[in-house]
Design a protein around this ligand. Structure first.
Ligand code: NAP
Length: 280
């Protein structure tokens, strides 16, 4: 079983939520972590906390949707640590709203962040992993990557895309000794909802006939808070994947995520449609 000690792990979206919790757990267990996200101050504070000497941590801000920033992250990580053993593709956000109303540019931007930038960053770390015949790509998917919900279909489609990408890449890299896995969190208390609301507010203010359903959707989120998990639970799943000789194709958590995925597995489409139906 591979130890985390000394492993170099590049984590995207390390400035909050699941990415931050993952950085903490991996660093506590001896990994050398590369922290990336746009909010530089947060990354620097976290880096100082994890390793005041700065020897085992690198905080490097940037926007994942920019090609220059992605190159900067990978080059800086290779320059400091000489290799990247694992990439945790975690940065992402959700766009909410009816397909009829959300501007296509907002949809593109969500796919750009959650899918295309993730693919582009993965391309940058792969050559050295393939040559060394070692490494692990951990994608942070979602239960929403299996169960699409009305008024969330854009974000949910980005996570569905990640399911296919993970499976395909997993098979492609197996002969080269590089692992690929997908973590599917359920509802986790982070800044996610706040960010999704801020990203979607401008066009939801004019949701027209969809407005009452949108309120119902947001109310559903509030109710789910009762069963919501802590980002640490997802960090533990990342740790499990990185310390496994042969990581599973999927890790699901917490318990309510496993329950919903079980329903998806056993139920025909119509009862599932009833569960996710629009409610005013
Ligand atoms: N929370 C949940 O219930 C839940 C459930 C299933 C899946 N997920 C997935 O888990 C992942 C982490 O989300 P979270 O819940 O931890 O939310 P969060 O607290 O909002 O964290 C999102 C992270 O992504 C970074 N990010 C967003 N856009 C970026 C960009 N353009 N460039 C660089 N970094 C960017 C943010 O950093 P900056 O703003 O500093 O750039 C932040 O660190 C996401 O992929 C999300 O889809 C979350």
């Amino acid at each position: 079983m591979p130890l985390l000690t000394g492993q170099v792990v590049l984590i995207t979206g390390a400035s909050s939520g699941i990415g931050e919790a993952t950085a903490r757990l991996l660093a506590q267990n001896g990994a050398r972590v590369v922290l990336t996200a746009r909010r530089q101050k947060r990354l620097e504070t976290l880096a100082r906390e994890l390793d005041p000497t700065g020897v085992n941590v690198l905080a490097i801000a940037g926007d994942i949707t920019l090609d220059t920033d992605r190159h900067r992250w990978v080059n800086a990580a290779l320059a400091k640590f000489g290799r990247i053993d694992a990439l945790v593709n975690n940065a992402g956000y959700g766009t909410r709203g009816p397909v009829e109303i959300v501007p296509v540019d907002a949809m593109r931007q969500n796919f750009e962040t959650n899918v295309f930038s993730l693919l582009a960053l993965t391309q940058l770390v792969l050559p050295q992993m393939r040559e060394r015949r070692a490494g692990c790509i951990v994608n942070i998917g979602s239960v929403a990557g299996r169960i699409a919900r009305p008024l969330s279909s854009i974000y949910d489609a980005t996570k569905h895309a990640l399911e296919a990408f993970t499976d395909g890449l997993r098979g492609e890299l197996k002969p080269f000794g590089v692992h690929v896995t997908l973590i599917r969190p359920g509802y986790i208390v982070t800044e996610f909802v706040e960010v999704a609301n801020a990203a979607s507010d401008p066009y939801l203010e004019n949701a027209g006939p969809y407005a009452p359903f949108m309120s119902g959707f947001l109310l559903g989120y509030q109710k789910l808070r009762r069963v919501a998990g802590h980002p640490h639970a997802i960090a533990r799943l990342v740790e499990r994947a990185l310390t496994s000789d042969n990581p599973s194709p999927r890790y699901n958590g917490p318990l309510h995520a496993k329950f919903f995925l079980f329903l998806k597995w056993i139920l025909p489409a119509r009862p599932l449609e009833w569960i996710t139906r629009l409610k005013p």
